[in-house]
Design a protein around this ligand. Structure first.
Ligand code: 2P0
Length: 326
């Protein structure tokens, strides 16, 4: 009763920002991401009748009670589906620089869902796997697939129509996604908490909901047409709108720091100089810059010249879940 799976992290071009159901991780809006080649989590799960509780090792170290409780919650869902009441030992190896603003929860819960369902003997399709992973962390449902992925918000209360699907394969259109690592302070408002506060209190949240579906349709059409400028313009606008909602929350908060602005201004300067680059930002200060592959070195060099930039990692569209047999 053992299996190992690998899942890659993803970056949202149209953001998931707000839940309509916190228990089931149902989002208020559909959203769209690219799965990345460079950062991933590899997880092994062994269901073992001799264990008296779940054990979780993260990068070789026994995880905290809080971290273990989060994965145990997802294992409970999988145990129920598999009809087996057996505890598991989970070994997770995270090749994701969390400090660079990549949510390791997306690749982490996607890899866990894949390894644990296989280890317990469930034969699940990708849609079911996406629904399971979603209940560990919302964005994890997108990391089941490679390439360009849409997470449909669904309408049903039980979440059975709320899952992700691939809209374009990873090798069908190459783009460069540069993860710009900044000199930054620890983030103060975690994404889960920030999302909730925004939905509950932000005077700008209605504005987000009014336009995000339109943004999604524009992004999907741009991907279908391989129209990079159209995609870049809408992804940057969508990120700015997501962050605007945090300023209207009570109490207000913002994820940007001064170094975040340095990168945003440089991206605008690159565009004025004729290089088409666009930024997006998640629930933290770091910035991801999207450009065409032929421009990636020039964009990287421009970023590295900014004094507050520590490092730049170049990523490309990557694969979905893979199972590893030893
Ligand atoms: C996204 N983020 O679409 C958005 C944009 C952050 C900003 O998904 O509460 O860790 O576990 O469902 O998936 C980060 O939030 O949140 C996220 P939960 P998650 O990528």
């Amino acid at each position: 009763m053992q299996a190992t799976a690998r899942a890659h992290t993803n970056i949202a071009l149209i953001k998931y920002w707000g839940k309509r159901d916190e228990e089931l991780f149902l989002p208020t809006n559909s959203n769209l991401s690219i799965t990345l080649d460079r950062f991933f989590t590899t997880t092994s799960v062994v269901f073992d009748r001799t264990l008296t509780s779940d054990q979780f090792f993260l990068n070789g170290k026994l995880a905290s009670g809080e971290e273990t409780a989060k994965i145990a919650r997802l294992l409970d869902i999988i145990r129920k589906m598999g009809g087996k009441d057996i505890y598991a030992k989970v070994d997770s190896d995270n090749q994701v620089p969390t400090a660079a603003g990549f949510a390791s929860s997306a690749s982490g819960f996607a890899a866990l869902a894949a390894a644990a369902t296989k280890a317990i003997g469930l034969d699940v399709d990708e849609k079911t796997l996406s629904i399971i992973a979603r209940q560990g962390s919302g964005s994890a449902c997108r990391s089941i697939y490679g390439g360009y992925v849409e997470w449909q918000k669904g309408e049903k209360e039980d979440g059975s129509d709320c899952y992700a699907k691939q809209i374009l394969e990873e090798d069908a259109w190459d783009l460069s996604i540069l993860s710009v690592l900044l000199e930054s302070k620890q983030k103060k408002v975690l994404s889960r908490e920030g999302m909730k506060r925004t939905v509950d209190t932000s005077v700008f949240y209605d504005g987000w909901l009014k336009t995000v579906e339109q943004d999604l349709q524009v992004a999907k059409a741009a991907i279908a047409d391989r129209d990079f400028i159209r995609l870049g313009e809408v992804l940057e606008k969508n990120a700015l709108k997501m962050h605007a909602t945090t300023l209207g929350a009570d109490p207000p908060f913002m994820y940007w720091q001064s170094a975040t602005f340095d990168v945003m201004y440089e991206v605008q300067a690159l565009r004025e100089a004729g290089i088409h680059a666009y930024f997006t930002i998640d629930a933290g200060p770091n910035v991801k810059v999207i450009c065409r592959p032929e421009d990636e070195q020039a964009v990287k060099e421009a970023m590295l010249k900014i004094p507050t930039v520590q490092d730049v990692f170049i990523c490309h569209p990557g694969p979905g879940i893979t199972y590893i047999t030893e």
